[in-house]
Design a protein around this ligand. Sequence first.
Ligand code: ADP
Length: 205
Amino acid sequence: MDRGRFLVGLTGGIGSGKSTVADMFAAHGVPIVDTDAVAHALTAPGGAAIPAIREAFGEAVIAEDGALDRAAMRTIVFGDAAARRKLEAILHPMIGHCCELMIEEATGPYTIVVVPLLVESGRWRERVDRLLVVDCPVETQIARVMQRNRFERAQVEAIIATQATREARLAAADDVVDNGGDAESLAPQVDALHRRYLELAGQRA
Ligand code: ADP
């Protein structure tokens, strides 16, 4: 059993408000480890995952600047489960390793790791001490992502279809931030959770 620092996993569907909520915890001084940011860094020009990806998929998925060509990669893995698994087999252990290093180096009474597909991931579910879900209705997710990313409704719906359902996430949650309303309703919820996590981390120490 893990005896390291108290670790809260923060998740939620696309557009639910994970980044918004993570920023509010960060404002309390809580260290945030963001798995998406780590994945981006690993696949940026000179990123540690680039050689293995080049080896597995060829030059066609490497952009001119040496970064992963995300559009080309998406085309390959779309509808090809074996290719997707091959990419994940390269990336997931590297992401896990980098995140563990960052968690180890983080200072503070507890740490938050942001994992968009946490409920879908056996590894992260086992790793975190507490699972925090940012929740809002699916229609709200769709509206936010259409606005933020300039996506068509069908694009957002297709992404949502690949993620755990709202019900599955809520069933797995220890704590829930209700982000179905306006942004002002978030601060009191985050403040209360921060106090709770300080308490839980204190009991553990
Ligand atoms: P996620 O990280 O889960 O994809 P974000 O935190 O990026 O979600 O939020 C998605 C979009 O919706 C962003 O543009 C954000 O500014 C906006 N947003 C988040 N929460 C609210 C809210 N309560 N009211 C209005 N807009 C919001």
